[in-house]
Design a protein around this ligand. Structure first.
Ligand code: FDA
Length: 390
């Protein structure tokens, strides 16, 4: 094996960005990945169109034990920087909603762009290669790849988190970090559907129905759609609050978001002959309106329903509270909350404070973004910040 200045473990978004930057800065870079193809999560992301960044990227849209940690990298490599790169490669894109930018064509264009950038930096790849032992001594890292050993004075851990193992995800980053004495903040599945049990299971009959709601969990609040599934709840609003949810925590849903208070009482005054189902049906998808009206005992004529019952129903619909019995876990989670502790890393270079030459970037680090392009922006920014320091 030729000698390298940098070995990068993981050819996802963060590893590819880091490799391209370091390579173009004249470093001899090797990227190792056990998958046969680079950027597998990029390829399937955003429904195949890759939601590659978010115009509203800001530190308060990230979860971490240290809410300041991501500021340096995100401030130095911004969504505009990534957009400029995408534009240079002639990739057409559009804003879908809430600042979320997607490719007009295919997510594969983003992978091709990154591998082209790596090629411009003369980066070598060892794909489809399981990483064996990693050792450190005499200022050099030695990595066993298949039957061979490679050495470099710098090593970058970019193997992501354990979300979606069937796409090649693993907890390798955490094991390696621990081997080098670094702490790992307890990893939890995030941006993940929540599952329901007990009474809430009644919602199952609504599988496939989606409605705009405001979902709240542990003071985090998101106004987006919720989707009923046969196991529980999903959709952007639920995925977002799932990142803040821990076992046993209640989640609250406002089914009647908006400034209008007392929707049912007002409807009774205006249209006393209408039924509760019809009044709710004016605000919600019909199937959902039917189920909620039945469960709240207000399905009949509004004129024949007491004000007290309607007021209570209005209140319940604004604060529908349930305790999920779990989540769909790492098998379905888009990302992982937690990871290699930021306390052990420089926020400027993502280098270990105790093991010189060792960097950790991307999802492996205890930095997790909201849904909507924030996680890729962290992958690019942390990869860039490390790449500039190698
Ligand atoms: P990433 O997981 O991408 O890469 C890690 C690499 O390391 C992989 O190539 C893996 O094969 C390799 N690896 C792992 N273990 C290894 C080992 N033991 N040995 C060797 N190699 C190993 N985000 C966003 O901003 N917009 C979006 O549209 C989406 N959409 C989306 C959809 C789905 C279905 C998922 C699962 C996730 C998203 N995300 C997203 C999240 C986004 O994909 C994620 O945050 C980034 O891919 C993280 O990039 P990393 O490079 O850190 O890890």
């Amino acid at each position: 094996m030729p000698s390298y200045d940098v070995i990068i473990l993981g050819a996802g978004g963060a590893g590819l960005m880091c490799a391209a930057i370091a390579g173009q800065r004249g470093r001899r870079v090797l990227v190792i990945d056990h998958s046969e193809e680079p950027g597998r999560k990029i390829v399937i992301s955003g429904g195949g169109r890759c939601n590659f960044t978010n115009l509203h990227t800001a530190p308060d849209r990230y979860l971490s034990a240290n809410r300041h940690f991501m500021k340096s990298a995100l401030g130095r490599y911004t969504p505009q920087d990534f957009i400029a790169l995408v534009d240079r490669h002639g990739i057409a894109w559009h804003e879908k909603t809430l600042g979320q930018l997607f490719c007009d064509g295919s997510a594969r264009q983003i992978v091709t762009m990154l591998t082209d950038e790596c090629a411009a930096g003369g980066v070598d790849f060892a794909l489809g290669q399981p990483v064996g032992d990693v050792r450190h001594g005499d200022g050099r890292f030695t990595v066993t790849v298949g039957a061979a050993e490679v050495r470099a004075p710098r090593l970058v851990i970019a193997t992501g988190g354990p979300s979606i193992p069937k796409l090649g995800a693993s907890d390798f980053a955490y094991r390696l970090a621990r081997q080098f004495g670094m702490k790992v903040v307890e990893p939890r599945p995030a941006l993940v559907p929540l599952t329901l049990g007990g009474d809430d299971v009644l919602f199952r009959e609504l599988s496939g129905v989606s409605a705009p709601v405001v979902a709240t969990c542990n003071k985090a609040m998101f106004a987006e759609n919720a989707l009923f599934t046969h196991r529980g709840l999903s959709g952007p609003a639920i995925l977002q609050v799932s990142s803040y949810w821990r076992n046993g925590d209640p989640v609250e849903i406002d089914f009647l978001p908006g400034p209008e208070r007392d929707v049912l009482l007002s409807a009774k005054r205006e249209r006393p002959r209408a039924t509760g189902r019809q009044a709710l049906g004016a605000k919600l998808p019909a199937r959902l309106a039917d189920v909620l009206a039945d469960r709240l005992g207000i399905a009949g004529e509004l004129g024949a329903t007491t004000d007290r019952l309607l007021a209570r129903a209005d209140e319940t619909l604004r604060r529908w509270r349930f305790v999920p019995n779990g989540s769909e876990g790492f098998a379905k989670a888009e990302v992982t909350v937690g990871g290699v502790s930021t306390a052990d890393l420089s926020s400027q270079t993502l280098e270990s404070r105790t093991v010189p030459g060792l960097h950790v970037i991307g999802e492996a680090v205890d930095v997790t973004g909201w849904l909507g392009g924030y996680n890729f922006q962290w992958a690019w920014a942390s990869g860039w910040a490390a790449g500039m320091a190698l």
